[in-house]
Design a protein around this ligand. Structure first.
Ligand code: CP
Ligand code: NVA
Length: 325
C-alpha cells in the first residue's frame, strides 16, 4: 500500500502542498461562513480512532466531514477490539476496506506508521506522543490570516518539548521560519528532532525570556501531556518558571501573537492575562482546525482541485485502493 498518500508527520508534505492547503482552507472557510453547500465528499466515510481523549480533534473532523457531504464514524479503544489484542495490522486491513480515510489519535508514532503501512486508504495523524501535525497546519493558517506569510518569521516555543513542539520544529524546516525553544533542564528537544539538515531553523535557550525575544508568535502547551500524568507533580515544580505571562509577551515583538493548542491550564503554562488578552488568537486557532482539516481531507481524497471552483471528479479517489482482491 506504499502508493497511498498519508499525513503522519508535518514533513510528509512539501511547502508547495502547504501553500495549496492554506489557499484551499481559505476558500473552504469562506463557503462555510456564507452557508454555501460544498459537498465534494458525498458518500465518503471517515473513520476516527481515538485511543486518547479529545474535544477539538473529534469535533473538527466530524463536523468538517459532514460539512463536506461525507460521514464520520467514531471508534475508541475502550469499545472496540483495539484494546483486546487485535493487531494494528489486522485492524488497518479491515477498517480501510470499509472507509475512505482514517484519522488516528494514539500513543507511539510507530503505531500509526504500522497502521498506515497496511491501510488501503489515507491515514491522518490526529496526535501521537511524538507529533500533532493537524494542529500546526491550523496554527500556521491562523498566523497567515492575521499576519501574512510565516516565512522568515520567528516563533517562540516556551515549555515542554512535546508532540506539538516537535511538529513546530518540522514546520520551521519545511516552511522556512525560525523556532526558538526554551524548556526546563532535562526536558530539552531530543537529539535528532530538529536541525537534521543543519538548516539553522532551530535554536534552544535556557532562559525563556531569551527565546521570546523579538518573536512574532509566542506559543506553549500544557506541562503534562496525555499519557504522562504520573509525572504531573514533578513537572509542576520543574516548569514553574516557564509560564508565558505579560512580561514575556512584552519582550516579543509588539505585534506578536499568542497561540495555544488547548486545552489550557490558566496560571500554569500561561497566565489568564495573556490567553484572554488582546494578543491571543486561540479561538481562531481552534476554529481553524476544522477549516484546515476539511482542506486536508479534500486533498487526500480528491487530489488538487481548482482553487476557486468545485473539484473535478475526474481525478478523484486515486489516493486509495478499492480494487477487488
Ligand atoms: N488541540 C487539540 O488537539 O485538542 P483536543 O485534545 O481537544 O482534540
Ligand atoms: N501535548 C498535548 C496536546 C493536547 C492537544 C498532549 O499530547 O496531551
Amino acid at each position: 500500500m506504499d502508493s497511498v498518500k498519508h499525513f503522519l508527520q508535518f514533513k510528509d508534505f512539501s511547502r508547495a502542498e502547504f501553500d495549496y492547503l492554506f489557499e484551499r482552507s481559505r476558500w473552504i472557510k469562506t463557503q462555510f461562513k456564507a452557508y454555501r453547500k460544498y459537498w465534494p465528499l458525498c458518500d465518503r466515510t471517515l473513520v476516527m480512532i481515538f485511543e486518547k481523549a479529545s474535544t477539538r480533534t473529534r469535533l473538527s473532523f466530524e463536523a468538517g466531514m459532514q460539512q463536506l457531504g461525507g460521514s464520520a464514524i467514531y471508534l475508541n479503544s475502550r469499545d472496540s477490539q483495539l484494546q483486546r489484542g487485535e493487531s494494528v495490522e489486522d485492524a488497518a486491513q479491515v477498517i480501510s476496506r470499509m472507509s475512505d480515510v482514517v484519522m488516528i489519535r494514539t500513543f507511539e508514532q510507530a503505531i500509526i506508521e504500522r497502521f498506515a503501512a497496511h491501510s488501503r486508504v489515507p491515514v491522518i495523524n490526529g496526535l501521537t506522543n511524538e507529533y500533532h501535525p493537524c494542529q500546526i497546519v491550523a496554527d500556521i493558517f491562523t498566523f497567515i490570516e492575521h499576519r501574512g506569510p510565516i516565512q522568515g518569521k520567528t516563533v517562540a516555543w516556551i515549555g515542554d518539548s512535546n508532540n506539538v513542539c516537535n511538529t513546530w520544529l518540522q514546520a520551521a524546516e519545511v516552511l522556512d521560519f525560525k523556532i526558538q525553544v526554551s524548556t526546563p533542564p532535562g526536558y530539552e528537544v531530543e537529539a535528532g528532532r530538529a536541525g537534521l539538515h543543519g538548516t539553522g531553523h532551530f535554536e534552544q535557550f535556557s532562559d525563556p525570556m531569551d527565546a521570546a525575544r523579538q518573536a512574532d508568535l509566542v506559543t506553549t502547551d500544557v506541562w503534562t501531556s496525555m499519557g504522562f500524568e504520573a509525572e504531573n507533580e514533578e513537572r509542576r515544580r520543574d516548569f514553574a518558571d516557564w509560564q508565558v505571562d505579560s512580561e514575556m509577551m512584552r519582550i516579543a515583538r509588539p505585534q506578536a501573537l499568542f497561540m495555544h493548542c488547548l486545552p489550557v491550564h490558566r496560571g500554569e503554562e500561561v497566565s489568564a492575562a495573556v490567553i484572554d488578552g488582546p494578543q491571543s488568537v486561540v479561538w481562531d486557532e481552534a476554529e481553524n482546525r476544522m477549516h484546515t482539516q476539511k482542506a486536508l481531507l479534500e486533498y487526500l481524497l480528491l487530489g488538487r482541485v481548482e482553487v476557486a471552483g468545485p473539484p473535478s471528479r475526474s481525478g478523484s479517489n486515486s489516493n486509495s485502493s478499492k480494487e477487488m482482491p
